[in-house]
Write a protein that binds this ligand. Structure first.
Ligand code: ADP
Ligand code: MG
Length: 696
């Protein structure tokens, strides 16, 4: 057992009761956990200000001086104690509402004190309520320091474990810990990047001498964290690559036929590049594990089909699994056009496929004539048996289908099929490196030519009449319109009311047009009926909640109006906007908001107006929301980092990844002496942090 596995109970100043609190509130069980409980900010106690310099903007200020006199005012709850504080340059008030007897007993007028707190202005005088106050000591006079501020909980504070106590505990730990801290990075990596040693970094992350030291410690620890994350992902990839053989598909006869006779347009360079990458993988003799990402409308369908052609040429079958029934149907419709042209048999299997139909599909799959099967999770059922599955394509909204993914693999008894994960949610590069860090990544980063970019404007609610007039003119030209309402309240009832109010006011504004309505609480048949009416053009306006986000494809719809747009996240706005711009006509997106917007909401609107590029939007989104919120909670295992932030530390991540790739290329088993620290540290990591079984 290592020093860092020692129970926190045994640290001086902890004991069983505090230990229980630390377990419960901070998940701190051992010395190692506490040492990795990093401060989330630091208060600058390096500098003393003079009272004259104090301004309202200062979050905190540190002063030194004397209290000249105390004064009591008010009674009962309103009782307060005011101390006149002076440093010789000016006067400021220190105010206490609680603990007054303690203050009067401890703090002596005329003595020198160091005072720290948030200044507030009252008329011409500044005051600090409940300041931290300590007698001036020689140490403070000389140096001053950066005070770490640790994540805490309300409960801990109530039980008198405040920041001061936690800092004290870390002081105790750091008295005994340093000799046990071993270097975790190879020497040549430290030299290459000018990193400080691990021991020094840990000391300075808790008790930095100054901002420079702090920055060095942060840089080093962030790198280490990201390096080990990448190293483990890459090792996973490497192990899988070695372990799982893949069938070699090299016959391109069907592809040639498709190119010559049926290709409906010329492929974009990005599509060609991605197809080459995938074709290359399928010839290596190893199982392919590749992510295909591309913005809405970038043309993923035909890429998927061309890959399917390769495996069918080789005598195998292909499957595509989508997260929802609507998406499965859409993939089916998209691929069927091409499959029919090539006279290849294609089927659709979802939860609602009738028994008789299922039987036919099952037989076709096992016998071999059914070459392509599209579906939902229904594909994973026991009875679904392929004669020879060569390629499994998985359309993921987010990365949570890992377990299911491997189930699809196992549909083949001999060799695993190649796996392609597809996503239409653009993911910033740094995030993709982590969430999909164990996959190869192909990106379609270009839209087909001749596509008219959607024009996006941001309008205030007060311009609703003009917006309605614009919608009218578009409808008169034969177009159709979406009006989307956010899901705002916790209660579905309130949402529905919001939507219905909107529907009624639209119905009043457009008495001459038939209007569709679509929301999550409708029965599936009713939903389908409404969608069908809109698709056929019988209704001109679709009033809906975000249920239309996925799975609506109506090329004639050219306007997307988003109500209360400030309530949507960027990626959702972008997904919604992607519902238009699918036809030949100029399309529009109108973001309606109230007049009062937070600065963040403004930035979101500006970003939407400025660009149609999903990756650019995802980058802004990542910076605004942070990776956890962006991807939902499913990935928190991979994204719960202790010190690095994927939104801000992209550069360090890329460096860390490069180093990890380099090391695994040269020394995959980490046998070289210079990689010894890595091997040892990896072994100790295995027991902690991320639940790797979930992603492997
Ligand atoms: P995605 O699934 O990536 O959102 P789709 O595959 O549905 O996009 O393609 C969107 C539209 O663009 C479809 O109508 C498709 O036929 C068309 N398309 C795809 N690739 C091209 C291309 N290279 N040139 C012109 N049109 C294309
Ligand atoms: Mg698609």
């Amino acid at each position: 057992m290592s020093f860092f596995d020692t129970s926190i109970e045994f640290l001086k100043g902890v004991g069983p009761q505090r230990a229980t609190l630390l377990h419960k509130e901070l998940k701190v069980f051992t010395f190692g956990d506490l040492i990795q409980h990093f401060p989330f900010r630091y208060e600058d106690r390096t500098k003393f200000y003079s009272v004259k310099e104090v301004t309202e903007d200062m979050p905190f200020v540190q002063l030194q001086g004397k209290i000249s006199s105390f004064e009591m005012a008010g009674t009962g709850f309103k009782k307060r104690l005011t101390g006149k504080f002076t440093d010789g340059n000016g006067i400021l008030e220190l105010v206490w509402f609680q603990g007054i007897p303690w203050v009067l007993q401890k703090i002596k007028p005329g003595m020198d004190y160091v005072v720290f707190g948030k200044p507030t202005r009252y008329g011409r005088v500044f005051s600090i309520a409940h300041p931290e106050i300590e007698p001036l000591t020689a140490r403070q006079e000389k140096a001053g320091h950066l005070q770490p501020v640790y994540p805490l909980s309300e409960k801990l504070r109530k039980k008198r474990i405040d920041n001061k106590v936690l800092s004290q505990l870390l002081h105790e730990l750091m008295k005994i810990a340093p000799s046990h801290i071993h270097e975790t990075l190879p020497d040549y990596v430290l030299k290459k990047f000018g990193f400080i040693h691990k021991k020094e970094a840990v000391i300075h992350i808790h008790f930095p001498d100054n901002f420079e030291k702090l920055a060095e410690a942060q840089k080093r620890l962030k790198f280490e964290e990201l390096f080990y994350l990448q190293l483990r992902l890459l090792k996973l990839k490497l192990v899988r690559y070695e372990k799982y053989k893949g069938e070699v598909f090299g016959d391109t006869s069907l592809l040639t036929k498709f190119y010559n006779d049926h290709l409906p347009f010329s492929l974009t360079d990005a599509q060609k590049k991605v197809i080459r990458e995938i074709y290359h993988d399928m010839k290596t003799g190893h199982q392919m594990n590749r992510l295909l990402q591309g913005d809405v409308g970038s043309g993923k369908t035909i890429v998927a089909f061309i890959c399917i052609l390769l495996v069918i040429s080789g005598g195998a079958q292909a499957a595509l699994m989508a997260p929802t029934e609507i998406l499965a149907q859409q993939h089916y419709a998209g691929l069927k056009k091409y499959a029919d042209a090539m006279e290849l048999s294609i089927g659709l299997l979802t939860g609602s496929t009738k028994k008789a139909e299922r039987k036919i599909l099952h037989a076709g799959l096992q016998g071999g004539p059914l070459k392509i099967l599209i579906g939902t999770h229904a594909l994973l059922e026991e009875e679904v048996k392929f004669q020879h599955l060569g390629l499994a394509i998985i359309d993921e909204q987010h990365r949570f289908g890992v377990a299911q993914r491997s189930k699809l693999w196992q549909k083949n008894s001999t060799v695993y099929p190649h796996v392609m994960v597809m996503t239409a949610t653009p993911i910033p590069r740094t995030l993709a490196m982590t969430l999909y860090g164990d996959l190869e990544i192909s990106t379609i980063d270009e839209l087909p030519k001749g596509r008219k970019p959607i024009r996006t404007t941001h309008q205030y609610d007060s311009h609703r009449l003009q917006v309605n007039a614009f919608l009218k003119s578009q409808i008169e030209e034969g177009r159709q319109v979406y009006l989307v309402y956010p899901l705002i309240e916790e209660s579905e009832k309130l949402d529905l009311k919001h939507l219905m109010d909107g529907y009624e006011s639209i119905a009043r504004a457009f008495p001459d047009y038939a209007i569709s309505i679509l929301h999550g609480q409708m029965k599936p048949e009713a939903k389908e009926f409404e969608m069908a009416r809109f698709v056929k053009g019988e209704t001109k306006i679709m009033v809906a909640t975000t249920v239309i986000e996925v799975g609506m494809d109506v090329p004639n719809a050219s306007v997307m109006v988003i109500e209360s747009a400030e309530r949507f996240g960027l990626s959702q706005l972008h997904q919604l906007r992607g519902r238009v711009g699918r036809g030949a006509e100029q399309s529009y997106c109108i973001l309606l908001t109230s007049f009062k917007l937070s600065s963040e909401a403004k930035l979101r609107m500006e970003t939407m107006v400025r660009t149609n590029n999903g990756f650019e939007i995802a980058d802004v989104d990542l910076k605004l929301r942070g990776p956890g919120d962006l991807m939902g909670t499913q990935q928190s295992g991979l994204l719960d980092l202790m010190i690095a932030d994927l939104g801000k530390d992209g550069k360090i991540l890329i460096q860390a990844r490069e180093v990890a790739v380099d090391i695994l290329e040269k020394d995959p088993e980490l046998k070289k002496p210079e990689h010894h620290p890595i091997k040892t540290h990896l072994a100790s990591l295995k027991k902690t942090a991320v639940n790797w079984s979930k992603i492997s």
